[in-house]
Design a protein around this ligand. Sequence first.
Ligand code: NDP
Length: 333
Amino acid sequence: MTELNRQITLLSRPAGRPCEANFRLVESPLPTPGQGQVLVRNHWLSLDPYMRGRMMDVRNYAPPVGIGEVMVGDTAGEVILSHHPDFRPGDRVVGALGWQRYGVAEGEALRKVDAERIPLSVHLGAAGMPGVTAYVGLTDLCAAKAGETVVVTAAAGAVGSVAGQLARLRGCTVVGVAGGAAKCRHVVEALGFHDCVDYKAPELRRRLKAALPNGVDCLFDNVGGEVLDALLGRLNPFSRVTLCGAISEVDNPSPHGVRRLLPLIVNRVRVQGFIVGDHRARWAAAIDELSGHVASGRIRCHETVAEGLAAAPAAFLDLLAGRSLGKQLVRLE
Ligand code: NDP
């Protein structure tokens, strides 16, 4: 094959907010799969907030991307050449092949997916890692039950939109928190949450109180900072807080943080952080249920799509800044 691969590598680590100059688009020969390996042409690249952490050389739950290395990322694509008995050309697969057009992976690191039941891209969103995150956080950790009040922050995003819709399907009252009136409208009108509070408008605490007359039994938090701190004051006795992400702290040199711990003690609240990769045993059940909900229209998934690999850095910055709606993807040319 004479076709070249296109890749986006990490050129430099950000000092403060990341920018497009931290990335470089390069061309290289197509990789050749060895024994047990598979060559995949990626059709979709998923952009996710965790990539911001991988740009930094600091202690984290996973190692950083090295300077000059291809940026990490989940991809969905098509098998081109296989030296693994379980894969054949044309199979649709999801893997972590990174920000590139083609990639080689061990067969064991790829997951065959059904792109007939739901579109291939959804295997990176509502029926992929973000969806499983929502499922584990809501079902296993928050253990949300019918009749309870669930609050989900970053409610219009990839994880939050699924967490809230799942909670609604479980019979809960669901209140979202999102940035701006347009996102809040989307959360209520398109996703079916019962209410949504715009955290960017004034008097957040007063409006949270008004939207939560029965308090909060389960808080699925994606943002941390001031929004989390305000919500902790609305928790009911024996409520659960699932700490999924703290995106408000990522580029903030002096994050707001949690100001008062006493309400957590008085209300005997269980607070748990988690990383979805630690819950591999739950992935198959989660993906099966989520795929069914998407296929039947019970869970709606909105995608923001950037066109072409070269658009990935700008789309990633948009994701971090809240300029995307639903799942941020890149369609690879
Ligand atoms: P989203 O699609 O939700 O995109 C991120 C959203 O964060 C933006 O759209 C924006 O929404 C919001 N945001 C950005 N800055 C701020 C801020 N300063 N304060 C409040 N909100 C802000 O991303 P994902 O759904 O992919 O991820 C959501 C969270 O879940 C992230 O924190 C991520 O790190 C975490 N995560 C954790 C996993 C785990 O295993 N623990 C796995 C996957 C994701 P808005 O416009 O409403 O402000």
